[in-house]
Design a protein around this ligand. Structure first.
Ligand code: WT7
Length: 651
């Protein structure tokens, strides 16, 4: 049984690890018993203009206003760049590998610092001030990292948008955050194709201008990635490279309060539009930096490859802020894992001598299918630690990752966390904690998980329940941009006094956590978090759709896939041939291709309770063909609806 499998820490690994078992115990006890001194001690890992005297303040009760190190001042870009210049300015901060094999850039800390300062001056020259929002909509290019750090340098708040979002997705986010300036590219490359980012941007801005009240967005900087000829609107659009080349290469960093916002990152919830999760400077940076070092056993100069896009929190914390604060070399890949042929990732690990590799189970499962052929001719001997994130990893994928990819030499760290937590929360420190395939294992020092049963009662010992966190930690989100009430409501009202993650989990006899997945209406497709409400809203914008309900169903590679039940305005199920595919495409256009459902089922009615609530539990069973396990349908307003759907599925 995979559950019983245990991989002990190798003494040779523990001997030189950043954190061994005894240190882990000391840290954990210290963090629990003397939290303020513990966190202030950890804060020493950052460079401060003024070192804080205060650690954490506030609680998860009432209005949930928490702050960390609030009397300290610092700048995130200084921590990523300037602090390394004196001794390691010539070290490679970033390796960029283009989709084209020969397109490679090695950027030293000194060069990155200079480019960041130049862009920071450009932004200032264009009227961006401290506290203003600057959005990016870029593929995986060096400029994406430069833009984030340039914002941090001048105290602007970065809002990074995934390049897979649609025009409406971009418009909605720009509208919500009120960005003044947007940095995009002519085009992005993806698996041999081009994504017309500037064209999509232009559509998004049209939509935004059309919206009531207009928008404060006045400037667009365009990075030339493919060199495509794209329309530039005079007065609004500027060539990024020309402005940066002409700018002053020195820029004094803004002195930021620890609690000044660093970033807004949109993520999906179970209801409504994506919400802008806000992280502040000091606590977030400490958490990204500390977790990157201890979870990946990071050493200065290590080449660290986190495969996440910069548009997700994983890209923020483990492509940019974690590795760079720690003086690591971060690796950025423009392409996809198996293009132009399977095995590209493994060859790149050898080519760039990657020491730590961090990816998602969905990618591991996809790559496992191409193996063993795709692994041949690569040694992956440079790897020391392997990481997994984004969704539960099944034991089979874990074992393949550990044995086939890591050759049995590398610990596998399964890391549980969320956009809202800022950084890793539950994971095995590789020199301290034995791994069990499929378990994220133990909380990091200072993190207090609580499992709450369906009556809201915290469980002790071996148990199962909703995963909550007691006690604030530095990396946690502070609010939802523009809607603090929604923040309190979403995370702190279900179980008063606790942060509710939205995940379910089990704790075994060793205290290990096994994440079982979302317990709300959030669906995790290939590690991308998608709200059912968002997809339903997208269906709603199609002329023919009256109503829809979206559920997650198991998928071998993606973890989960989206299944949608759609009721047409005409009521009938017998619509034009190909309408299902058209509806799926429509959602892809509205939200981005990643959110297009795999399965669209036309229905004449949806199963609802007497109070009108859609019974998703039943829809999930219908979509997966478990027609004999529908459970209690007696609370339905009209139980015959279920029978009709089951019949429909059989056709
Ligand atoms: C959701 C958060 C955290 C960065 C990537 C996603 C799921 C995340 C694990 C894991 C099982 C996991 C949870 C969580 N999740 N890591 N190791 N094991 N599930 O960030 O988009 O905010 O999604 O991803 O369901 O709530 P996100």
């Amino acid at each position: 049984m995979a559950d019983e499998m245990i991989f002990h820490v190798k003494p040779s690994f523990a001997a030189s690890a950043r954190v061994n078992a005894s240190r882990f115990g000391v840290m954990t006890n210290h963090a629990m018993q003397n939290p303020d001194p513990y966190w202030l001690e950890q804060a020493r890992r950052l460079d401060w203009f003024r070192f804080p005297e205060l650690a954490g303040n506030g609680s998860f009760d009432g209005d949930v206003r928490t702050s960390w190190f609030s009397d300290g001042t610092l700048n995130a870009s200084v921590n990523c760049l300037d602090r390394h210049l004196a001794e390691n300015g010539g070290r490679t901060a970033l390796i960029w590998q283009g989709e084209v094999e020969d397109a490679v850039r090695h950027v030293t800390f000194r060069a990155l610092h200079e480019e960041v300062c130049r862009l920071a001056n450009v932004l200032k020259g264009l009227g961006v001030e401290r506290g203003d929002r600057v959005a990016t909509y870029l593929p995986m290019v060096v400029e994406g990292v430069v833009a984030m750090l340039a914002c941090a340098r001048i105290g602007a708040v970065h809002v990074v948008m995934f390049a897979g979002f649609s025009a409406s997705g971009v418009a909605g986010r720009l509208r919500d955050c009120g960005a003044k300036l947007l940095i995009t590219a002519d085009e992005g490359r993806r698996g041999g194709k081009r994504i017309p980012l500037k064209t999509i941007t232009d559509q998004a801005l049209l939509e935004l201008d059309g919206a009531s009240g207009g928008s404060p967005l006045h400037t667009v900087l365009v990075v030339s990635v493919t060199g495509a000829d794209v329309p530039m609107q005079a007065g609004r659009d500027h060539d990024y490279a020309a402005l940066v080349a002409a700018a002053n290469p020195n820029c004094e960093p803004e002195i930021m309060q620890a609690e000044d916002p660093l970033m807004i990152l949109y993520t999906s919830g179970s209801t409504g539009a994506p919400k802008g999760v806000l992280h502040t400077t000091g606590g977030y940076l400490l958490w990204a930096s500390l977790t990157q070092e201890i979870v990946f056993d990071h050493r200065a100069g290590d080449v660290f490859w986190c495969t996440a896009d910069l548009g997700w929190v994983t890209g923020h914390s483990y492509v940019v802020y974690g590795p760079l604060t720690n003086g690591g070399t971060t690796f950025l890949f423009e392409g996809t894992p198996s293009w132009p042929e399977p095995g590209r990732w493994w060859r790149l690990i050898d080519k760039h001598q990657v020491n730590c590799f961090y990816t998602a189970p969905t990618a591991i499962r996809a790559l496992m299918r191409e193996a063993p052929a795709s692994l041949s001719d690569t040694s992956r001997a440079s790897l020391r630690v392997l990481g997994s994130v984004g969704e539960p990893i099944n034991a089979e994928a874990w074992l393949w990752y550990s044995q086939a990819v890591g050759g049995g030499r590398c610990p596998v760290v399964d890391t549980w966390w969320q956009t809202e937590t800022g950084g890793i929360m539950i994971a095995p420190l590789p020199g301290a904690v034995a791994q069990k395939p499929g378990s994220a294992t133990l909380p990091l020092p200072g993190i207090c998980p609580v499992l709450v049963n369906d009556k809201g009662i915290p469980q002790h010992g071996e148990s199962e329940g909703h995963l909550c966190i007691d006690r604030p930690w530095p990396g946690q989100a502070r609010t939802i941009w523009g809607d603090h009430a929604r923040f309190v409501q979403t995370y702190f009202s279900t179980y008063p006094g606790l942060y509710f993650s939205g995940d379910g989990a089990r704790r075994d006899a060793d205290g290990y956590y096994w994440i079982t997945g979302r317990v709300d209406d959030v669906i995790n497709v290939s590690g991308h978090r998608i709200g059912s409400a968002e997809v339903e809203a997208a269906f709603g914008t199609h002329d023919k759709v009256a109503e829809s309900a979206v559920v997650g169903i198991p998928h071998d590679v993606k973890g989960q896939a989206l299944a949608a039940f759609v009721v047409l305005k005409t009521g009938g199920e017998d619509a034009d041939a190909g309408l299902e595919a058209e509806l799926a495409r429509h959602v892809g256009q509205e939200l981005g291709r990643y959110a297009a459902p795999d399965l669209v089922i036309l229905a004449s009615e949806l199963p609802k309770t007497r109070s009108g609530k859609i019974m998703r539990r039943i829809l999930r069973k219908i979509a997966t063909g478990e027609h004999d396990q529908l459970g209690d349908v007696s609370t339905l307003a009209d139980p015959s609806v279920v029978q009709a759907l089951v019949e429909r599925m059989k056709r």
